[in-house]
Design a protein around this ligand. Structure first.
Ligand SMILES: Nc1nc2c([nH]c(=O)n2[C@H]2C[C@H](O)[C@@H](COP(=O)(O)OP(=O)(O)OP(=O)(O)O)O2)c(=O)[nH]1
Ligand SMILES: [Mg+2]
Length: 135
């Protein structure tokens, strides 16, 4: 099975608690209905960082202006194998919207733990909770 390379951004903001931006995968897509971190496929010849910036523009109509590598994980779903590069996005130019009609939400770590997420994200979320704190 050919591995699909994906760039994903975990946008972070601090309000009363630390929050991250999630988006609900659209009907008709792989893992429809689950709450993902925005991102998508890296085009051939494209760098992961360029893909991250492009996907945030397409999906959220914002530009990540500060980001750093967080972690990388490979996961095999029954239908496809993905290689996910997760970035922490600490600054955005603009206010994100669901530019493709998807629902988006800023959630704290407790809320994130309650969401239906892609199976590949579970270890990432645990790492994120350890990194940001649980409250
Ligand atoms: N964006 C994103 N994808 C994830 C996450 N976790 C996870 O397993 N995936 C998987 C789901 C999909 O199989 C794949 C992303 O591919 P995709 O098809 O949504 O890519 P895309 O945004 O370029 O969409 P499209 O142009 O193909 O419609 O990665 C995540 O947190 N964010
Ligand atoms: Mg996508």
């Amino acid at each position: 099975m050919k591995t699909i390379e994906i760039a994903v951004g975990i946008a972070i903001r601090e309000t009363d608690s630390m929050e991250v931006l999630v988006a609900q995968r659209l009907q008709g897509s792989h893992l429809a209905g689950s709450w993902e971190f925005p991102g998508g496929k890296i085009d051939s010849g494209e760098s992961p960082e360029s893909a991250l910036v492009r996907e945030f523009s397409e999906e959220l109509a914002v530009k990540p202006t500060h980001f750093e590598m967080f972690t990388q994980i490979d996961h095999r779903y029954p239908e496809r194998e993905v290689s996910l590069s997760f970035y922490l996005v600490t600054q955005l130019d603009g206010e994100p919207v669901g530019a493709e009609g998807q629902r988006i939400a800023w959630v704290n770590m407790a809320e994130l733990a309650e969401l239906d997420v892609p199976a590949a994200n579970q270890p990432i979320i645990e790492k994120l909770q350890a990194y940001l704190g649980r409250d």
